[in-house]
Design a protein around this ligand. Structure first.
Ligand SMILES: Nc1ncnc2c1ncn2[C@@H]1O[C@H](COP(=O)(O)OP(=O)(O)OP(=O)(O)O)[C@@H](O)[C@H]1O
Ligand SMILES: [Mg+2]
Length: 261
């Protein structure tokens, strides 16, 4: 399962990514999460202690390594480079593991606009393929807010997209833009996840206004998210209702994965 988590800025992408990662880890799955935000926050959302996260080298600092392994400088699309560089030693050097979740940070690496066939995307693609070879493994990609970066490279990495929405028209408008772009690159497996749900009216609003994107599940508005941040821990650890809701979303995802396999 390779899942991208997208949506408008601030809707809860990182919160959902962290919750799902920890749910899957607790179920004994191998979980790799990738923070593609140039100002990363997933380590915090996972409750990874700062001294552990400090060891994390973002992939954007991998320039020399990319050149060494692919034979081309990052950013040099059009030149010759190897499509399957050696990556087996990279996970150890560029990621940290915490309570069963392995985290990689992209830093400010260009993850590839439309049609980018560049050394860094070859490196990333090989890396993800290398990291994910068993059937029960899960890749969660916490995407940068907005839609511009949603290029062809994305589909090389993911097969499913979750679009986080708040019960607002604005976040649904972004969801629809994301859907159009996803369709352009051939990604059709996408679902909405409603976040910051306060009451039945919020649910009814999303059901009514979601258009033709199906809703996979909901996370409630929960003070535990802010509390976790202040305590330096995860929402998973302090908010049982969010943990339960994320568990139900994971069940749905497993069900969907069974249907296609
Ligand atoms: N279910 C929730 N209940 C309460 N607060 C929440 C919830 N989900 C998110 N928040 C709040 O919204 C803020 C933004 O959440 P989060 O960082 O997960 O969003 P994001 O989509 O990753 O943002 P960005 O676009 O900046 O990456 C959090 O700091 C948190 O305070
Ligand atoms: Mg985020």
């Amino acid at each position: 399962m390779k899942i991208a988590i997208t949506g408008k800025g601030g809707v809860g992408k990182t919160t959902l990514t962290a919750l799902l990662a920890q749910v899957y880890a607790e179920r004994g799955r191998d979980v790799l999460v990738v923070d593609s935000d140039p100002s990363p926050s997933l380590a915090g959302a996972l409750g990874i202690p700062p001294e552990v996260a400090a060891d994390l080298l973002p992939i954007s600092e991998m320039d020399e390594l990319i050149e060494e392994r692919t034979g081309a400088k990052p950013g040099s699309s059009g030149s010759f480079f190897t499509l399957n560089p050696r990556v087996d030693d990279i996970p150890e050097r560029f990621s940290v593991a915490h309570e069963g979740v392995r985290l990689l940070e992209m830093g400010s690496v260009e993850s590839g606009g439309a049609g980018c066939i560049c050394p860094e995307s070859a490196m990333l693609k090989t890396l993800f393929t290398h990291l994910l070879f068993r059937k029960d493994e899960v890749l969660l990609l916490d995407m940068y807010a907005g839609v511009e970066h949603l290029g062809r490279a994305t589909v090389d990495f993911v097969d499913t997209m979750l679009i986080v929405v708040e019960p607002t028209r604005r976040s649904l408008a972004t969801a629809n833009q994301i859907k159009q772009l996803a369709a352009d690159i051939g990604l059709t497996r996408l679902w909405l996840v409603g976040n910051r749900i306060r009451d039945d009216e919020d649910v009814a609003f999303l059901e009514r206004e979601r258009g033709d994107i199906p809703l996979l599940g909901y996370l409630s508005e929960d003070a535990g998210v802010v509390e976790a941040d202040r305590q330096g821990t995860s929402a998973f650890a302090v908010a049982p209702s969010l943990k339960r809701a994320a568990g139900e979303i994971a069940d749905q995802l497993d069900q969907l994965a069974l249907e296609v396999s």
